[in-house]
Structures are given as structure tokens and as C-alpha cells.
Design a binder for this molecule. Structure first.
Ligand code: ADP
Length: 371
């Protein structure tokens, strides 16, 4: 079977002209986030936000051109709204030089990348990301944790590192260490009381910087605590980072599950394997009488997983010690390593680790990268 290469895909895209810009989509610098996996090709076309409505024919033509290549099984082409200066010619009318395609370049030293995401905020995504990271470390893996939740970074507090600053050395940032894992967060770069407005493209570039200019060293797995939601910035992040697999955290309520479904769809759109759904705050274990109450109607995530075709990874109880230990900056897996809650997270860590290895093997090594 014909092998699909980045060169062939780019050649196909060079046959597609954007009439408004008067050149092909590659020369106009519109193509980004190209990735090829098992004959599935995904990429985005960057357009200025005001153009988004007009560019659908160009997107469709690009998808069709790539789809005609031998060996291509599926094409995921999305439009991404970027700042006007980055998207094509802008107001000057001049064509920019063909700029390098921003692709999913691998990050040296990092073997696998796990995205922990949720359709909406407040479902316990960060709590899960932290305890999962500590569970993976407890299994003997070297682990990094990147807090990509730039809107409300909570990792510094959860790791007991609130108020600490990341130091720079020879233009690289040094991650902070806690409980045997390395961590980076916007909270280590910008003081918490600084008013900041993040626009989509800025979020992406801030994250790229945290990802690529941090001296992570050798890692078996980098856990990324995604921002909550499934908007454009998420899509771009999912496309420009070589994610090995994603985990979606949800609570059992219907409203949360509808959002979880969007999360699964988002990763599928950009050909990132969804390792499965975790049901957080699944049931309540009374610390006094030991009785189990299913406050939110437990089991919804399992049903949702079946419906979306994603595996169900497990359930984490609603437990006051999980909240107290997070708030105190000593997550439960570290604070009570022999406890029932830590056991849940460690089991989850093993399942996720296996999923990552399978996904990495299936991808046949690093995803294609062009710099
Ligand atoms: P998100 O990242 O989805 O916004 P957080 O991880 O910040 O959510 O969790 C929101 C709140 O819920 C925090 O106060 C956290 O301590 C608490 N929490 C999360 N998971 C649990 C759980 N399983 N049991 C009890 N409290 C939890």
C-alpha cells in the first residue's frame, strides 16, 4: 500500500488555491498541525477570524485533494481562526513567504503524552490529572505535569507550590519538582493577581512555549491538564501537540456527559486516540457509616462510554479526603498512599499506562514531524 508522507500531502495541498489570496494554501502559509497516523491525515487551515465563514470551500477542496492520494483512508481538515498577522496576507495584500508548517514535532526526551480533558469545568479534571500523574510516578515511571489550564491554573496549589516562580536558565525554563514529578504551570510564570485576558492564539503560543522551552528532561509520560471545554484553542492544542492518548473526565450527571461526548468527538476529529472516560465523583462513601450513596446517579459515564465507543476507565468516589488533600497541596496519592482512594488512582494509572503503550505502538513510533 502506498505510504502517505508529509511531502505528498503538501504537494496535494499545493494544488488548492485560495482565490481570495491568489495562491495555494501551502504557499499562503495556511496549513498547520499536519499529522499522519495509520493513513489518517489531519491538518488545519489557519484563517483570520472574520474570514472563517468564507473559507469552507477552500477547506473542502483541501480535504478532497488529500483524500485522493493513494493510501489515505480518512482526512480531518478543520479551519482554525488565528490572529490576522498569522493568517495569510493580512491587510498588506502581499503574500508572505512560504512559512514552515507548524506540525506535531516530537518533544525530545518525552516518550508519551497524555491529555487529561473535560467537556466543562468543575468536574475534577485537575484533581484527576494530579493524582493520575502521582499514580504513574508511584508505578516507577518518570512523569511531568503541564498545567495547560491557563485561565485558572490550579496545579501549583494542588502540588503545594503556590506562589513559587519558575526559574529560567540559558533561555529554558526549569520545571518545579514536587512529590517526584516535574511540573510547569502558567501559575509559575505570572503572579496569580495579574489581570490577563487570553485570546485563543495567545493561549496556544503560551502552551507551546511551556511545552517546548521547558527543560523537562527524559520523561516516560508528560501529563497535560487541558483547559476545560472543547473550543478552538483546544482543537489547536490537540493538533499541534503530539498527544499519544487522551482521557476525558466527567461527573455522572447528564449535563456533564453531554460535554464529555463533545470532548471525545474533539479528539477524534484530530485523530488523537481517546483512551477512555473516567467517572469522577461517581458515588459517595460516607466517612462515618461507610454507606455508599449515588448522589448524581452513578454509572452515567459507563453508559456514555459505550455510546461513544470510548473505553470506560473507572470510577473515582466523591470523597472529602480527595478534596481536603488537594486543597492542602498534598494530593491523596502522596498523602495516603496505602488508602482506598490512592488505590483507585493507581489502578487508573496502570490502565492508562497500558493504553498509552498500545497507542504509541500503533502509531509506529513518533508521529511525522516537519520543522
Ligand atoms: P476541574 O479541573 O475540572 O475544574 P478540579 O479538579 O479543580 O476540577 O475540582 C473541582 C473541585 O472538586 C475541587 O475543590 C476538588 O478538590 C474537588 N474534587 C475533585 N474531585 C473530587 C472527588 N473525587 N471527591 C471530592 N472532591 C473532589
Amino acid at each position: 500500500m502506498a505510504t502517505v508522507t508529509a511531502e505528498r500531502v503538501l504537494d496535494a495541498l499545493r494544488t488548492v488555491t485560495d482565490p481570495a489570496r491568489g495562491g495555494n494554501v501551502v504557499a499562503m502559509g495556511m496549513v498547520s498541525g499536519l499529522s499522519i497516523r495509520d493513513g489518517e491525515v489531519s491538518f488545519s487551515l489557519e484563517v483570520a477570524p472574520h474570514e472563517a465563514g468564507d473559507k469552507e470551500p477552500v477547506r473542502a477542496a483541501s480535504a478532497a485533494a488529500v483524500g485522493r492520494l493513494p493510501g489515505v483512508k480518512k482526512v480531518h481538515a478543520v479551519l482554525t481562526a488565528a490572529a490576522p498577522s498569522r493568517a495569510g496576507t493580512g491587510a498588506s495584500g502581499r503574500h508572505p513567504a512560504e512559512r514552515p508548517v507548524a506540525a506535531k514535532a516530537d518533544i525530545p526526551g518525552i516518550r508519551t503524552i497524555l491529555a487529561v480533558a473535560s467537556g466543562k469545568g468543575g468536574v475534577g479534571k485537575s484533581t484527576t490529572a494530579v493524582n493520575l500523574a502521582l499514580g504513574l510516578a508511584a508505578e516507577g515511571h518518570s512523569v511531568g505535569l503541564l498545567d495547560a489550564d491557563v485561565y485558572g491554573p490550579s496545579i501549583p496549589r494542588m502540588l503545594g507550590l503556590e506562589g513559587r516562580r519558575a526559574e529560567a536558565e540559558e533561555r529554558t525554563l526549569l520545571p518545579l519538582e514536587a512529590f517526584g514529578i516535574r511540573a510547569m504551570s502558567m501559575g509559575f510564570l505570572v503572579p496569580g493577581d495579574t489581570p490577563m485576558v487570553w485570546r485563543g492564539p495567545m493561549v496556544t503560543s503560551a502552551l507551546q512555549q511551556m511545552l517546548r522551552t521547558v527543560r523537562w528532561g527524559a520523561l516516560d509520560v508528560l501529563v497535560i491538564d487541558f483547559p476545560p471545554g472543547t473550543g478552538d484553542a483546544h482543537l489547536t492544542l490537540a493538533q499541534t501537540v503530539p498527544i499519544t492518548g487522551a482521557v476525558i473526565v466527567s461527573t455522572p450527571q447528564d449535563v456533564a456527559l453531554i460535554d464529555a461526548r463533545k470532548g471525545v468527538k474533539m479528539f477524534e476529529k484530530v485523530a488523537v486516540p481517546v483512551l477512555g472516560i473516567v467517572e469522577n465523583m461517581s458515588y459517595f462513601l460516607c466517612p462515618h457509616c461507610g454507606e455508599r450513596s449515588e448522589i448524581f446517579g452513578h454509572g452515567g459515564a459507563r453508559r456514555e462510554a459505550v455510546r461513544t465507543g470510548a473505553p470506560f476507565l473507572g470510577e473515582v468516589p466523591l470523597d472529602v479526603r480527595i478534596r481536603e488533600t488537594s486543597d492542602a497541596g498534598t494530593p491523596i496519592v502522596h498523602a495516603e498512599p496505602a488508602g482506598a482512594q490512592a488505590k483507585v488512582y493507581k489502578e487508573l494509572a496502570r490502565t492508562v499506562w497500558d493504553g498509552l503503550q498500545r497507542s504509541a505502538a500503533k502509531a509506529g513510533g513518533p508521529t511525522i514531524s516537519i520543522e
